[in-house]
Design a protein around this ligand. Structure first.
Ligand code: CMC
Length: 433
């Protein structure tokens, strides 16, 4: 039962509990079940399908209406009218920066661009063929061994410093993870370039060869960063919050977020989408893969399709689709075989009853992989780029968590289904040393 202010829950023994209803500024109301455990019950919600883990003022998604807002601003307007540092400032501070705030913020980020020189040795401990995400997660975590000054997470200024350091340094860590893989020298960041251009330059230039920055391609990359900057309480952001709730070092929290993002059901989907397209290779084989995706005995899923929250179009996918056309036309790649295959696959899936009925639309990662490939970014770096962008969202959520007066260490409950209490059999041999 529910009235406008509270829900009533009647337990098996007849006890009725009043549960308060919490209303946000947008979206579904929530039933506050925190009093349940006092009455001897816990709730069960695998995958948190119906559970809000916190309140937040950063991002709002309406998956039915294809709406994504950051601090109230629609993603379409942010992608069109802002750059990535505008968006990262907005996520962290709640408002877009005015001109002087923007200049100060950009200056602050650039001040922290350089990595500690000793980090070279950390990179050199890895196998050359290690995946950039594995290297990135470990190197970001290793930064907690470099920065232990001004690390009181309950101090607003210390949190701000950590946020700026992370946003400034993650591009170099991502680029170096790849350069190490290739055996190429590490390129230093350049303060005369914007955030997106600086990353592309680190990735593609070499001491012997300058990288030509094409404004259309740089803008397309900037858009990838903006579209991936935040997406409320997804797996990696929830991971960052959970790790951070213990008061852990922020670099360790972001490293945990990177590890969570790497999975193919989450950030690994852009890499998995391109791999899938390369594997399908020929338009004649699309139907075979569509049938496999529908077959419940086959674990294969159509990568780049479906979303936990969007049960309608992913608004980011629409922007990425347009960007994809702009980039391919700029590069004269409209006839690129992978792109044509992707467009055909998209059309067939969108007309297929299974995908229509389950409301499975292409998500942002269906197109972002194609754009990144056209920009020359290798498959193995796709998720690293996602991590670079999402660092802004992660750190904004991490910061917001400490502004919450109700902050508690995250500690889900469980339904235990193991053995009931029993005794260890007597007469076991115990080794002495
Ligand atoms: N191909 C085939 N069937 C699918 C797919 C797919 N890509 N996605 C969902 N389904 C089916 C699923 O089998 C289930 O069918 P049934 O009801 O018969 O059991 C139904 O649709 C609902 O799926 P679900 O697994 O309950 O949905 P979920 O919210 O748990 O999963 C998802 C969401 C994104 C993990 C899933 O759609 C998926 O694995 N997609 C492919 C991977 C992908 O593209 N991930 C990127 C997400 S966007 C980036 C980000 O924001 O992280």
């Amino acid at each position: 039962m529910m009235d406008s202010k509270k829900a009533k829950l009647t337990l098996a023994n007849g006890t009725t509990i009043d549960l308060p209803i919490i209303e946000g500024s947008l979206g579904k109301p929530a039933i506050d079940i925190s009093a349940l455990s006092e009455n001897g019950y816990v709730t069960y919600d695998p995958g948190f399908m119906s559970t809000a883990s916190c309140d937040s003022s950063i991002t709002f998604i309406d998956g039915e209406k294809s709406i994504l807002l950051h601090r109230g601003y629609p993603i379409e307007q942010l992608a069109e009218q802002c750059d990535f540092l505008d968006v990262s400032y907005l996520l962290l501070n709640g408002e877009l920066p005015n001109e002087s705030e923007k200049n100060a913020y950009v200056g602050e980020i650039k001040k922290h661009y350089l990595l500690h020189d000793q980090l070279n040795s950390v990179f050199k401990g890895f196998r050359r063929d290690a995946h950039p995400m594995a290297v990135m997660a470990a190197v970001v975590a290793s930064k907690s061994a470099f920065y232990f000054d001004e690390m009181n997470v309950y101090n607003r200024n210390h949190r701000r410093l950590s946020a700026n350091r992370l946003i400034a340094k993650v591009p170099s860590i991502a680029a170096w993870s790849y350069l190490y893989n290739l055996g190429r020298p590490f390129n230093y960041p350049r303060n005369d370039l914007g955030y997106a251009a600086n990353f592309l330059n680190m990735l593609f230039s070499s001491p012997t060869q300058a990288y030509h920055l094409n404004p259309i391609l740089v803008r397309a990359f900037e858009r990838i960063l903006i579209l991936h900057a935040d997406h409320e309480q997804n797996a990696s952001t929830s991971t960052v919050r959970l790790v951070g709730s213990s008061g852990a070092n922020p670099f360790a929290c972001i490293a945990a977020g990177i590890a969570s993002l790497w999975g193919p059901a989450h950030g690994g989907a852009n890499e998995a989408t391109l791999k899938m397209l390369q594997e399908i290779k020929n338009e004649n084989r699309i139907n075979e893969y569509i049938e496999r995706a529908k077959d419940k005995t086959d674990s294969f899923r159509l990568m780049g399709f479906g979303h936990r929250v969007y049960r309608n179009k992913d608004p980011r996918a629409e922007i990425m689709r347009k960007t994809c056309h702009e980039v391919l036309s700029e590069l004269g790649l409209e006839n690129d075989s992978i792109f044509k295959l992707a467009m055909k696959l998209e059309k067939i899936a969108l007309e297929d009853e299974y995908f229509v009925e389950k409301k499975l639309y292409p998500n942002v990662d269906f197109y972002s992989g194609i754009v990144m490939r056209a920009l020359g970014i290798p498959n193995s770096m796709f998720t690293a780029v996602f991590a670079l962008a999402r660092t802004a969202g992660w750190i904004a959520h991490w910061n917001e968590m400490f502004l919450d007066d109700n902050l508690k260490i995250g500690r889900p409950r469980q339904i235990y289904k193991g053995k009931t209490q029993r005794n260890v059999p007597s007469g076991r041999n115990v080794s002495k040393y």
